[in-house]
Design a protein around this ligand. Sequence first.
Ligand SMILES: [Zn+2]
Ligand SMILES: [Zn+2]
Length: 281
Amino acid sequence: MAEPQHPPPQRSESREIAELRRLKEAQPDLGSAVDLQIELLQLQRRVQTRVSLPSIKLDRDYLNEQLSSAPVLRFEHLPLDWGDVRFVLRSTASSMRTHEALDSDDFRRVETLCRDTERLPIVVKSWYEAPADASGAVHPDGAGLEAVLLQAMRPFLTKSAEAIMAKTDLSGWTRGTCPLCAGEPDFAVITPAADRVLICGRCLARWRFHQLTCPFCANAERSRITSFASRDGQYRIYACDVCQRYLKAYDARNAGRPVMHAVDSIATLPFDAAAMQRGYK
Ligand SMILES: [Zn+2]
Ligand SMILES: [Zn+2]
C-alpha cells in the first residue's frame, strides 16, 4: 500500500487547528476569532506538555468518594508552576491584545499582575474558587480579566481534569455545574444516543445532564425553554426563559466528527449574536 501523502495529524489539537482553518475559509467573517483561537491553542498545547499531574490521589475509589463533597479538584491540587503561569498569562494577553480581544488598560493590568509575585497567586486562587464561593467574587486585581485568566489557566485545568475524569464515574452527577472545578458549562454535545452532555467552560470536563433542564437555574418547565437549531442543523441553542441564559450545543447525531470545544465555540459565534438579539445572555 502506498504511503499516504499527508501523514494523519498526531494530536487532537492539530485536527482542531485544521478544522479552524476550514472554518475561516468557509466564514471569512470569523477570521480574526479563528486566528486568535489557533494562537491560543498552540500556546496552551505547548504549556500543557510540561504541566504535571494534579497533586490529588488519582485512585478510583478515592475520587468517586470525593464527588460527595465536590468540587473534586481544589486549588491546592492544581499543578501550578508560577513561571509557566506568568508566561502563559502574558502570552495570552498579548495574543488577545493583537486581535483586539483585550483593551490596552486590561493588557497593562495583566502585565502588572505578572510582575507581582505575591499577588498573582492570590488573584488566580480567587478566580479559581469564585464559582464555588458564596460571594462569587474575583479579587479586585483580577476582576474584568476573567477571559484572560480562563484561557491562561486552561492547560493546568484540562491536564488535571483529564487525569481525574479517567478514573471517576460521573454518571451519578446530576447538577448543572462542573463536578471537578465548580465551573459552569459553556457548551454541550447531543450524543448519537440523544443524550445531552455538558462541557465545563473552564476545565472542559464533561457530564451527562437532563436534555432540556436549564443547567444555570434548574428550570425544567419545557414551555419555558426555547430551543432552536442552526440552519445546517449542526448546532442547537437552549435558551431559558426563567434566567434568560442560554447554552449552545453541537449535535453529533448526524455529524462527521466529534464535538471540538475549541472549534465549535468559535463556529457558533454568530449564534451568540442571534441569542443576544433575542434578549438572552
Ligand atoms: Zn470544570
Ligand atoms: Zn435558567
